[in-house]
Design a protein around this ligand. Structure first.
Ligand SMILES: [Zn+2]
Length: 196
């Protein structure tokens, strides 16, 4: 194959450690970023003299890009009442998605808020429901992309609610109201197909 490098192929490259042009040999292995991030299974050429990586094959650049993108995601654990976790499962089932795919639901929920942050922020501020005072016995782990984090930031600004868990719990209550429910359901169904 001409687009793919196989282990054992050699190339000429400048090695910064050796300070000269060297012969380097390709193999799959770890790639270390300066900040400590380590990526596995990268096809890289290492200097035959000192073993330092001197080049990365084009076929592996997607791994580096994905890893850097992942770093921009925010991982968060949301504590919520069991009733709200059940609501998420119910909504996912209705949309034909796996009831355990909670992350998909939150993605749909936040996408449905996009460009309506001002209106929804005001509703969040006033949101009241007995379910909100139930004990937070369930938890959901979420990975929020930079795009979704922007929506969250806007909602924070317009609602004045800084606590992310509180904001998302109230958003779940709104997702069961006439105003937001149809668009969340449509987004959930769309994503359920996209991730099927
Ligand atoms: Zn070297």
């Amino acid at each position: 194959m001409k687009s793919i490098v196989l282990p054992g192929q050699v190339t000429k490259a400048i090695c910064e450690t050796c300070g000269k042009r060297v012969t380097a040999t390709y193999s799959y292995g770890e790639f270390h970023f300066d900040d400590g991030l380590v990526i596995e299974d990268v096809m890289r050429a290492v200097c035959d003299e000192c073993g330092q990586p001197v080049a990365i094959a084009g076929q592996s650049s997607h791994r580096l890009r994905t890893a850097l993108d992942d770093q921009k995601h925010k991982r968060t654990t949301l504590r919520l009442p069991q009733e709200l976790e059940d609501f998420i499962a119910l909504e996912l089932s209705r949309a034909g998605a796996h009831p355990g795919h909670e992350e998909l639901y939150f993605r749909a929920l936040l996408l449905a808020c996009h460009r309506q942050e001002k209106k929804i922020g005001a509703l969040l501020k006033r949101a009241k429901d007995p379910v909100l005072s139930r004990p937070h016995t369930a938890s959901v782990t979420l990975r929020l992309s930079p795009k979704l984090l922007e929506v969250v930031e806007s909602l924070r600004n317009y609602s004045g609610i800084q606590n992310l868990s509180e904001l998302l719990r109230r958003l779940l209550v709104l997702a069961d109201t006439e105003g937001l429910s149809p668009s969340v359901q449509a987004e959930t169904a769309r994503l359920a197909i996209a991730y099927a």
